[in-house]
Design a protein around this ligand. Structure first.
Ligand SMILES: [Cu+2]
Length: 138
């Protein structure tokens, strides 16, 4: 979500730069409506966009003793969930709907996915089908 905010800020800054060039030009009076429009857009880009996109704190799930801990979590839209493998054994995080999926994670390796839509997302380990977890996004 940090990225979206940065995009908004960059857009806002660009517009303000263009705006100050415009104002320095010789035909300033004739262009005042464009200046007003630019201010509106710049304000939207700087303030509106930045506050519309809430950044959520990331959530960590550990994989230990062939279990996802905690197995079921509920997070707000926009949350990045990160799974870290604490087992000597390789595990995966594989969405049942095919929406996300890790490679085989070795001890200490992790995998993250950002959930941008509300829904219920069950997942499993490709290597151990008895392992189950669910991420509920609302
Ligand atoms: Cu596994």
């Amino acid at each position: 979500m940090e990225r979206f905010h940065a995009f908004g800020v960059r857009t806002g800054v660009k517009i303000l730069e263009a705006l100050s060039r415009e104002q320095a030009g010789p035909r300033r009076g004739a262009r005042s409506w464009r200046v007003i429009a630019a201010v509106v857009v710049a304000t939207w880009a700087l303030v509106g966009r930045g506050s519309d996109v809430h950044s959520q704190s990331p959530v960590t799930i550990e994989i230990r003793d062939s279990k996802y801990l905690p197995p079921d979590i509920t997070v707000p839209v926009g949350t990045t969930v990160r799974w870290t493998n604490r087992d000597e054994e390789i595990h995966t995080v594989t969405s049942s709907g095919g929406l996300f999926g890790s490679a085989g994670l070795d001890l200490g390796e992790d995998y993250g996915h950002t959930f941008t839509k509300a829904g219920v997302y069950p997942y499993t380990c490709e290597l151990h089908p008895f392992m189950h977890g669910t991420v509920t996004v609302n």
